[in-house]
Design a protein around this ligand. Sequence first.
Ligand SMILES: *Cc1c(COP(=O)(O)O)cnc(C)c1O
Length: 379
Amino acid sequence: MEFIDLKSQYKILEDRINTRISTVLLHGQYIMGPEVSILEDKLASYVDMQYCLSCSNGTDALVMLLKAWGIGPGDAVFVPSFTFMATGEAVCLVGATPVFVDVLETTFNIDPVHLEKVIQHTLVMGHLKPQVIIAVDLFGQIAEYETIDKIAVKYKLKVIEDAAQSFGAYKYGKKACSFGTAAITSFFPAKPLGCYGDGGAIFVNDAIVYDYLKSIRVHGQGESKYDNIRIGMNNRMDTIQAAVLLAKLEVFDEELEQRQKVSALYSKMISDCVEKPKVRDGSVSSWAQYTIKCLNGSSRLRLIERLKENSIPSQVYYEKPLHRQKAYEPYSMHQLECPVSDMLSEKVLCLPMHAYLDEMVIESIAQIINTTLRIGEDL
Ligand SMILES: *Cc1c(COP(=O)(O)O)cnc(C)c1O
């Protein structure tokens, strides 16, 4: 059995995906073919943003946006400590300093109270200029922007919504990728909307920023193809990947419904021997991951082994929070403690999650959990 079963999805969508891909193979515009801008229009209207710029992957999307805002050396960018490597990496790639912020125990998202504390600490230290907050919609649930935005206004900061895991999620009807000053997402195959390689997108409402992003996507292009007005990159999305996404977008809302069913079944069938994910009022998750919390590290280890004996894969996202990663050691002088991230990295476990997960399989996974760990067990 697979953790995220892309092959069963392909079997179901085979005809529409093959047709879209053959169209590209026949028209031959493998780079920036018509599918790319069709996809961008569809994505922009799906999330209700003015502009969507597709690109090579989610990491590059973050780098490009930070570049477009002129973020660089001497700037502080506030990043949750409990997230994927890329969120902090993008900050370093433009020469700025990531300052890690602790997360909420309930939603795993950036903790607004700790955020303000970290901003004030950075101001007192005086080496860095606070510039941007990158909030991550972890595991598919939209972060607490109602509070994050207020802090951003107070300290004159920009907000990036890292919606790499939350495409399709919404809160009171407002879609992921429409929060913050601007947003990014990823179409890595295992994300809620995934292509068959790497892909990403940036969502902005500012026409000037959009034009800049468009230029740096292709070597700092100016008026025409061989007019280069700045140093850019090669950050395009392949036409074939856009074609795959167009096919998958047609059934995406149905798949989201399925994901709601899968997560509801998990939550119904798993007992209180573990802590189950909580979704805030008015919020609908895209369920990139279904993440439980075990009592402690040793009960988690026991569960992982029991699942493995039954050929059920599980994953620990994230085993090591960013403020503990060796790669970020050079930035650690600006760092405060992140105890919740530390605690979560000991306890969390992600279960198999995709739209085509069978009810019988969910039931058997729940049963293994319920019999391996008992309610109120204290080891
Ligand atoms: C996957 C991911 C990214 C990076 O996306 P890629 O397309 O793999 O570069 C960034 N942020 C988060 C939170 C992610 O999960």
